[in-house]
Write a protein that binds this ligand. Structure first.
Ligand code: AHR
Length: 337
């Protein structure tokens, strides 16, 4: 009897798995799935974007606009969050009131989502979180699709570690300027924590300046200008995205400071935009750690699986590369953003 009970329990656990199955979708009549398949019914998807802070963001927005098209059976409601977290939350309430079929959210910051996610769940509207993450009980959303920001940060710092070793500079004092993204955003938290997981192992590495630049080129330039005006000495500039690095480069140029290969300033950033790859080839940027904006396909797959009543995984990471002078040339032409 005991054996039978344990076997039953194991079978139940295996069947349950660790994924998400949308209860509301399960109750939808089969005819809906058929109607969607034959194109007689459109799936209404509300997409709340962060804003237009960077070229990465534009590539990400275009990817969603090109994936969720009318021809493919979607009625996409696109909302620009305008870099305003409150506006994003309000937009989510509006989409719930419109009773859309799905809500996709690229959250600006992690906090402030719990109530609206609970409301969506109560109304049976699956929410898919994309790019950055949210500080919400995972049972309140269908899944998350995006980058491993911690690993990105770690990869950037490991590159620096290896570079200094190769140059025989591992014992030197290394002064680092860090331009962070937006306070409270996963891309900032993850990259900063990943960077520090390596920085903290080197007592001779010092972060001499650390400021937020909100992932924009303008603020990257402003923050760097401020640091240069304070006459802070540094050996490395790490910007948590390419656009802030482009801004920082402009600021350094204005003050006659050379950067990149063959100079005294090591330059590191994130995203791997086409423009950044071109700068890597020229040696101006020494490494850019890829953050892949093309995640609409994985998001669509999750929606199609939910439509079919399938259980889906909670977490979906995208593949990413580290671009240096050694491996970039091959990728420059094929880069679409
Ligand atoms: O959340 C991803 C980050 O947001 C990208 O690195 C940055 O460019 C964007 O604005």
């Amino acid at each position: 009897m005991k054996k039978f009970f344990i076997f039953g329990l194991l079978a139940a656990i295996l069947l349950w798995g660790c994924g998400y199955k949308d209860e509301a979708a399960e109750k939808k009549p089969l005819v809906r799935a058929e109607a969607v398949d034959t194109g007689t019914v459109l799936i209404t998807v509300g997409f709340i974007q962060t804003g237009k802070e960077s070229d990465w963001r534009d590539a990400n927005t275009n990817d969603f606009l090109q994936t969720f098209t009318r021809e493919k059976g979607y009625n996409l409601i696109y909302i620009d969050g305008n870099s305003d977290p409150e506006r994003q939350v309000k937009a989510a309430y509006d989409l719930i009131a419109q009773n859309v079929d799905y809500i996709i959210i690229d959250p600006i910051v992690e906090d402030g989502w719990e109530d609206v996610f609970m409301e969506a769940k109560e109304k049976g509207i699956p929410v898919i979180v994309s790019d950055r993450q949210v500080n919400v009980n995972a049972s309140h959303y269908a899944c998350w699709v995006g980058s491993d920001f911690y690993k990105e940060g770690q990869n950037a710092a490991k590159w620096l570690e290896k570079y200094l070793e190769d140059k025989g500079r591992e014992k030197e004092e290394i002064k680092i300027v860090l331009l962070e993204g937006t306070d409270g955003a996963t891309a900032t938290r993850g990259r900063t924590e990943g960077l520090y997981s390596v920085i903290d192992k080197h007592s001779n590495w010092k972060v001499v300046a650390k400021e937020y630049g909100n992932f924009t080129q303008g603020e990257g330039a402003q923050v760097m200008e401020g640091i240069l005006n304070q006459k802070i000495e540094f050996d490395v500039v790490i910007a948590e995205n390419d656009n802030m690095m482009f801004g920082a480069m402009n600021a350094m140029e204005q003050q006659g400071i050379a950067y990149g290969v063959g100079t005294d300033v090591i330059t590191i950033s994130f995203d791997a935009l086409q423009e950044a790859l071109a700068k890597v080839i020229k040696g101006e940027l020494m490494v850019t750690v890829e953050c892949n904006p093309l995640i609409a396909g994985l998001t669509e797959k999750a929606i199609l699986d939910l439509e079919k009543g399938k259980r889906i995984e909670k977490v979906h990471f995208v593949k990413e590369t580290v671009f240096t002078q050694e491996n970039t040339v091959l990728h420059l032409m094929e880069r679409k953003y």
